[in-house]
Design a protein around this ligand. Structure first.
Ligand SMILES: [Mn+2]
Length: 326
């Protein structure tokens, strides 16, 4: 029987990683720490689905698959990191934990939305930066609703797709709508969408709506032609940056195990430089990685890339001095 964390008298619906199952990188569980960690991984297996009840979605298997894949990195991820020319965490003694997964009930969409927002709020209230393991891109909506106390956020999205649909068959919270929904939150003042390409759920009216709102749209082709430094010059100013990485933003040659592979995507180095550039510009207040489809990743290369990308995101924050005493 798994227990839920209890905070004061109010219950937070997070299921710790079950005994005997791997945590991310072998990290301690949240309740094994005396103090709240600086960063915590949190699995959000699904949000509001277009059909079905949720757990049958391919990405619902991603948090557990990510944890299993991360074990290969556990022995050496603090060794000399060539990409960062030193320690991944810039010599800082960061405290990290694996919080477990939000307790979702299949088909209880309203309850699940509230439990996801509640779990993220709990981490934020503890001073912990959430690192969300999706799930499909629908999970970004309830995650970002927890940032209501923030003054001015810029959402940086790495994605092949615009994700600005207002609704699909009456569903307004699905994976085609996350950027549209979060654009409606008072805290979200700016948006940079990088890696757009091909044709997906976005129609001309969604591109017009995103531009009218003020989102900075950068097609993948422009990243390849002009480089990441050019993109970073267009990063809006903000008090905090929330980074949402749809794995299909990276080229499927590198991350084939995704729900919607689209050719012409970003490379590891482009994402590396983007993450480092964003962290140098301002505080990163949360990260999610969504749309992984472990069943389409028989070689494991997608999940290995996914683990590395989140390590890079943390390294980018550490090397930008975001965990130094203020
Ligand atoms: Mn997406």
């Amino acid at each position: 029987m798994r227990e839920q964390y209890e905070v004061g008298r109010s219950e937070v619906s997070i299921l710790p990683v079950q005994a005997g199952c791997p945590t991310v990188l072998g990290l301690p569980r949240l309740d094994e720490l005396q103090q709240p960690p600086q960063l915590a991984f949190l699995g959000v297996p699904y949000g509001v689905p277009y059909t079905g009840s949720g757990p049958e979605l391919p990405s619902a298997a991603a948090p557990a698959a990510f944890r299993a894949a991360s074990l290969a990195f556990q022995p050496y991820y603090r060794n000399y990191d060539v990409d960062f020319e030193g320690d991944l965490f810039a010599g800082r003694a960061l405290s990290l934990a694996d919080a477990g997964d939000v307790m979702l009930l299949p088909g209880d969409h309203a309850g699940n939305l509230s439990r996801i927002t509640g779990a993220i709020s709990y981490l934020l209230d503890s001073g912990t930066v959430p690192i969300v393991l999706g799930g499909d891109h629908a999970v970004t909506i309830p995650v970002l609703r927890a940032y209501r106390g923030f003054r001015s956020l810029c959402v940086v999205q790495i994605d092949a797709h615009l994700d600005w649909r207002d609704e699909v068959n009456g569903v307004r919270e699905g994976y085609s709508s996350p950027m549209r929904r979060v654009s409606e939150l008072p805290a979200v003042r700016a948006m940079l969408q990088v890696g757009l390409r091909g044709a997906g759920s976005g129609r001309a009216e969604e591109f017009a709506a995103a531009r009218a709102w003020g989102s900075v749209l950068v097609p993948a082709r422009v990243v390849h032609e002009r480089g990441v430094a050019w993109v970073l010059e267009r990063l809006p100013a903000a008090d905090g940056y929330y980074v949402t990485i749809d794995a299909d933003g990276i080229d499927p040659a590198f991350m084939p195990g995704v729900n919607a592979p689209a050719p012409g995507g970003l490379t590891y180095w482009q994402v590396f430089d983007l993450l480092c550039g964003v962290a140098r510009r301002g505080r990163v207040v949360g990260i999610d990685l969504v749309e992984l489809a472990p069943a389409r990743d028989p070689s494991g290369v997608t999940l290995a890339h996914a683990v590395r990308l989140l390590l890079v995101a943390i390294g980018a924050m550490a090397h930008a001095g975001q965990f130094d005493e203020t």
